[in-house]
Design a protein around this ligand. Structure first.
Ligand SMILES: [Zn+2]
Length: 296
């Protein structure tokens, strides 16, 4: 394995729809650790394209949490003001629209009227059954989402850190995935790929729950001259489980850093809790120490 790899840029990309929790912190620690090891700069991207779920309180929580824990970042907004005036995804809507237009011109899209509930009920799963694929609903119709006409058998190559290439096809849950939502805003898969290409990210660290998103994004990149994205290296880390064995989520209030700070916990307490969840029995004071104790 080549452990002397050099990367230009990685990113941390939280969504401001809840307080950051221990699972987010683990992801940031691995990102910061791999960045240091590989010479990459860390870009802070705040994923706020989902306008309904975005809340300024949670944007501020991102800055507060990173500062509290001493996790560094080199590019992107330093504070709420810079985020609002320069870095919010709202400022890149033009860029996303260009890509959507390109996909439209290439005939890669179709309009869909289904609600999420309909999709789940029809199949008893979140696999889209292709209901609107051949209905020729105009893309400019009211309240339609735009879906990608995907091929089941296209082979996607995922470069994974530290040095293997995994071949996969698009999973059924990503078949004909949405690139523009009914509210007219670009969907997560599209904004994420476009941003990573735009900012020159070549190393992405994310939870293993986003493996299917990685495949969707690589698929999308193959359609939009996304050569730079196709060359990206990924590291998908295991998720932290709560004490009851369930996946941590934003609703897990008592694992939010915001809550722990209010309880008087210090950064070392936060890192030691995460270490405990990873079966590392010793106290940990800093993110560097935690990263050094992890076996990636
Ligand atoms: Zn549909």
């Amino acid at each position: 394995m080549d452990n002397n790899q050099i990367f230009k840029k990685t990113r941390i990309a939280p969504t401001p729809s809840g307080f950051l929790h221990l699972g987010n912190v683990l992801s940031f620690v691995i990102t910061a650790g791999l960045a240091k090891k590989t010479g990459a700069k860390i870009f802070l991207r705040i994923d706020d394209a989902d306008r309904e779920r975005t809340n300024k309180l949670y944007v501020q929580d991102i800055f507060d949490t990173l500062d509290f824990l001493g996790i560094p970042w080199h590019e992107g907004p330093r504070n709420l003001h810079e985020y609002e005036h320069e870095y919010s995804q709202v400022h890149r809507i033009g860029l996303y629209k260009q890509v959507l237009q390109q996909l439209r011109d290439d005939g890669a899209l179709f309009a869909c009227r289904c609600t999420r509930t309909q999709v789940v009920v029809q199949r008893d799963s979140s696999v889209y059954p292709g209901t609107c694929r051949n209905l020729n609903i105009p893309l400019d119709a009211e309240s339609v989402s735009w879906r990608l006409r995907t091929k089941k058998d296209q082979v996607l190559e995922v470069k994974t850190w530290p040095g293997t290439v995994v071949e996969a096809t698009l999973p059924p849950t990503m078949s004909e995935f949405i690139v523009r939502k009914k509210d007219g805003f670009p969907a997560y898969q599209l904004t994420s790929v476009v941003d990573d290409m735009y900012f020159g990210v070549d190393l992405i660290v994310r939870g293993s729950d986003l493996w299917n998103s990685t495949l969707a994004q690589l698929y999308l990149a193959s359609l939009i001259k996304g050569q730079s994205f196709s060359g990206t290296t990924f590291y998908h880390h295991p998720l932290l489980n709560g004490t009851d064995g369930n996946k941590l989520s934003k609703s897990a209030g008592d694992t939010s850093v915001h809550y722990l700070r209010k309880e008087g916990k210090q950064p070392g307490d936060v890192y030691t809790s995460i270490a405990g969840m990873l079966n590392i029995a010793e106290p940990v004071e800093t993110w560097e120490q935690l990263f050094a104790l992890m076996v990636l």
